[in-house]
Ligand binder design. Structure first.
Ligand code: COA
Length: 328
């Protein structure tokens, strides 16, 4: 079993924040950011909430798929930056689209798009009448960026991507998901402590970083070490499940976290860098939205074509990682 991407959409906010903009608020330089991360510019949502970015990307995906919106039987959104803790982004999207199908969010951070595709594929595979699934990743990381931490502030951006999936009874397919919860302390965002009577517990697990609430806290070196191992591990396992070799893959679409992570992983796997879709320079790290945004840009450029074998690979907070292989 596999799936077919019928249509792809994206939303990238209009407000561009360049590396030079960061030099106005912190001690940094375009040269440092470019050479350490590959990032030149990122977009900030500025007034468009996460769920509305999701709706915009979804509309484009539906239009590209040339389907009637009523034919969608499932909505899964990956996000760690929802506007409400309830209702979910997916429910808000369903309301906007006039749908009453199952709609829920998943939280697997930057691996989220791969986790969401894997989840949707399992629904489509069962015989319960779901014709099309809408899978979205929408993230507003600017909302949780710690502008006092120059090593993490510069890497994040906002955006959304969406796909319409259809069940495909045959074709190349393999998926592998993994989690290393022991590394959760290296990349996290702590919610503010509740202040109410009878309150008598503390969340102390992340005690290495006291006082940081409502912002992303990152140990860059540890995350880097994890990422360069997790990417090859996930790709190898997904390809093994699909029964194909790296040579048979036309393009790898990795999470856009750092150009050096992608280069190092490509080298470790002995795969030419030209086979990797990279757009980090123009969007930065948009968490789970980065993979669909990269795929979207590659399609627009005419790089990826129908019939190509793609391997998407994500890694991120959790720590989570995963890869999924399919025929575009
Ligand atoms: N501008 C200028 N200097 C900076 C800086 C910035 N924005 N951020 C950090 N520095 C400085 C540090 O203060 C340090 O200076 P020092 O040597 O005088 O102490 C020096 O640069 C090196 O800092 P370090 O944190 O060791 O840099 P690094 O090479 O590890 O790069 C990251 C930092 C965040 C770019 C890198 O660790 C990384 O990309 N990690 C993975 C993060 C990631 O992918 N997260 C998302 C996963 S989903």
């Amino acid at each position: 079993m596999s799936f077919l991407i019928r249509g792809l959409g994206s939303y990238s906010p209009e407000k561009n924040i360049t590396n030079d903009d960061f030099t106005k608020i912190m001690e940094t330089s375009d040269e440092w950011i470019t050479s350490r991360t590959g990032i030149k510019v990122r977009q900030y949502a500025s007034g468009t909430p996460t769920w509305k970015m999701a709706v915009r990307a979804a509309h484009e995906a539906i239009e590209a798929a040339k389907i009637d919106v009523s034919e969608i039987g499932l909505i899964v959104t990956s996000t760690i930056t929802a506007d409400f803790f309830t209702p979910s982004v997916s429910c808000l999207v369903a309301g906007e689209l006039g749908l009453f199908c199952p709609a829920f969010d998943i939280g697997a951070a930057c691996s989220g798009f791969v986790f969401a595709l894997d989840t949707a594929e399992r629904y489509l595979r069962t015989d319960d009448g779901i014709k099309y699934a809408l899978v979205i990743s929408s993230e507003m990381l600017s909302r949780y960026t710690d502008f006092e931490d120059r090593s993490s502030a510069i890497i994040f951006g906002d955006g959304a991507g969406a796909v319409i999936l259809q069940n495909a009874s045959q074709g190349v397919y393999g998926s592998y998901l993994g989690t290393d919860g022991t590394g959760g302390k290296h990349l996290f965002g702590k919610l503010p402590f509740p202040k109410y009577p009878f309150y008598d517990y503390e969340i102390t697990d992340m005690e290495d970083y006291p006082g940081k609430e409502n912002v992303i806290v990152q140990n860059g070196k540890e995350v880097y070490k994890f990422a360069v191992k997790a990417m090859p591990a996930a790709i190898e396992k997904a390809l093994e499940k699909a029964g194909i070799t790296p040579e048979q893959v036309d393009f790898f679409v990795p999470h856009q976290a750092n150009i050096r992570i992608i280069e190092t992983a490509a080298k470790a796997m002995n795969i030419p860098l030209e086979k990797f879709i990279i757009n980090i320079a123009s969007h930065a790290n948009t968490s789970s939205a980065s993979i669909p945004l990269a795929l979207y840009d590659a399609l627009k450029e005419g790089k990826v074509k129908r019939g190509d074998i793609l391997c998407l690979c994500g890694f991120g907070a959790g720590l989570t990682y995963g890869a999924i292989v399919f025929e575009y």
